[in-house]
Design a protein around this ligand. Structure first.
Ligand SMILES: Nc1ncnc2c1ncn2[C@@H]1O[C@H](COP(=O)(O)OP(=O)(O)OP(=O)(O)O)[C@@H](O)[C@H]1O
Ligand code: SF4
Ligand SMILES: [Mg+2]
Length: 392
């Protein structure tokens, strides 16, 4: 049996080379799911990440009086700078827990929230789960930033918008004068489309409209040019016109800053225009991921079909527009056996009982495309073409 060593990439390469100079890392033996690389016949170390952000086998569990809530249970994905990943799923599927884990905010809340985390989160070569709270705090705001659904939770009501942007900037640039930081805040408000930024900079958050507050929060998040921006339901509370403006703004700013962006939403429509790749979550796990155009044109998981069917369409009569997924999201304390989606899946009975008993593995179905379903791929293609696509 091989011994396993959980060492950061930099240490692993140096340490293993020192331990056994004859053995070289053979990346062909890398296990893509875990990122583990086998060195010869006895030592396994964690492979250095190749992507800007790489999440490996992330698990976030919350012990509660009712049992352990497995909010995220074995999530893997990666993201490059300049690219956008959409994470999509119904309420309670683990989207926010994933983003808060990357930002290190579960550990920040510490014992009171009692999150048990395992796996790896590599950001630009640094592993965050094993990093100290202080190291992660430094990265937050500087290298990674987050836009929340409700700006009022992220902004302090007693301080002006300008003071808060100045503070966010000066924490990471202590040498910058107050005057220069204020100029920077005005410039940021201008960049996100706030009219009269030199006046608005002295307003308090409640003096802004919902859309303007969202813009101000984006200005605050971008004040240190973060290379990773996470937007968690950034437009849910906004009306459709403002929603489109905010999404355009995020896209423009991403192109300008070249950041990696994660957009989290329960609505596939929000990421249709924006995301390069889409990851569909169900019950704390990924059930499908792939390039956005493939997720929209040839989705391969019945749950994704359900999400696509739930997307509002302006060119249809109201009664034909929505085909919601039947039933409710599962309990994350007692996930259904086998495929967690089976109690709601109209195709479960076609797998001869396998859906109820065996957890389907994520398997590669095409270039960069993976899905976890027991139905043979040809059967899924046939169902999608004949039954689903005509209704979308
Ligand atoms: N601190 C906590 N303690 C216990 N359970 C938690 C905690 N934080 C989150 N959860 C649970 O983890 C699950 C996933 O929550 P999460 O907030 O990630 O869902 P989500 O996909 O973001 O949903 P929504 O679309 O409603 O925002 C939920 O069942 C939630 O109740
Ligand atoms: S594994 Fe079975 S229950 Fe799960 S999505 Fe596929 S057909 Fe449906
Ligand atoms: Mg959420």
């Amino acid at each position: 049996m091989n011994a396993r060593k959980n060492t950061p990439a930099s240490e692993s390469a140096a340490g293993s080379a020192a331990a056994d100079t004859d053995k070289k890392v053979d990346t062909s033996q890398e296990d893509l799911r875990t990122g583990l690389v086998e060195l010869g016949d006895s030592v396994i170390v964690k492979a250095p990440p190749t992507a800007f952000l790489e999440v490996r086998d992330l698990r976030v569990h919350f012990p509660t009086d009712d049992g352990v809530v497995k909010s995220v249970d074995g999530l893997n994905f990666s993201l490059e700078r300049g690219k956008t990943l959409g994470i999509v799923g119904e309420s309670g599927s683990g989207k926010s827990v994933t983003s808060l884990s990357i930002m290190g905010l579960h550990r920040e809340a510490g014992k009171t929230r009692g999150a048990r985390m395992s796996g790896e989160i590599w950001l630009d070569g640094q592993e965050l789960i094993s990093a100290s709270a202080e190291e992660v705090r430094k990265l937050r705001g500087q290298k990674m930033a987050m836009i929340f659904q409700d700006p009022l939770t992220a902004m302090h009501p007693f301080f002006t918008v300008g003071q808060q942007i100045v503070e966010a900037h000066r924490v990471h640039h202590p040498g910058v004068s107050k005057k220069a930081a204020r100029e920077h805040a005005i410039n940021m408000l201008d960049r996100v489309g706030i009219p009269q930024p030199n006046k608005r900079v002295d307003n308090h958050p409640h003096e802004f409209s919902g859309g303007m507050r969202q813009r101000a929060m984006i200005a605050m998040a971008l004040s240190n040019d973060p290379s990773l921006l996470i937007a968690d339901e950034p437009t849910t509370a906004l009306d459709v016109t403002v929603q489109a403006q905010i999404l355009d703004l995020i896209r423009d700013l991403q192109q300008e800053f070249g950041s990696a962006v994660i957009i989290i939403t329960h609505d596939l429509g929000v990421v249709a225009e924006l995301a390069d790749d889409i990851l569909v979550m169900y019950g704390g796990r990924c059930v499908e991921k792939g390039p956005a155009d493939q997720i929209f044109t040839s989705p391969e998981h019945p749950y994704t079909w359900g999400l696509l069917g739930s997307m509002p369409r302006i060119d249809r009569e109201i009664q034909d527009r929505l085909i919601p997924v039947q039933g409710n999201p599962p309990s994350l304390i007692n996930l259904p056996t086998g495929c967690a989606f089976h109690p709601r899946c109209p195709y479960a009975e076609r797998t001869g009982g396998q859906s109820e008993t065996e957890v389907p593995e994520l398997t590669v179905t095409g270039p960069d495309h993976m899905a976890a379903c027991h139905l043979p791929l040809e059967t899924r293609h046939q169902i999608f073409t004949e039954e689903i696509a005509p209704r979308l």
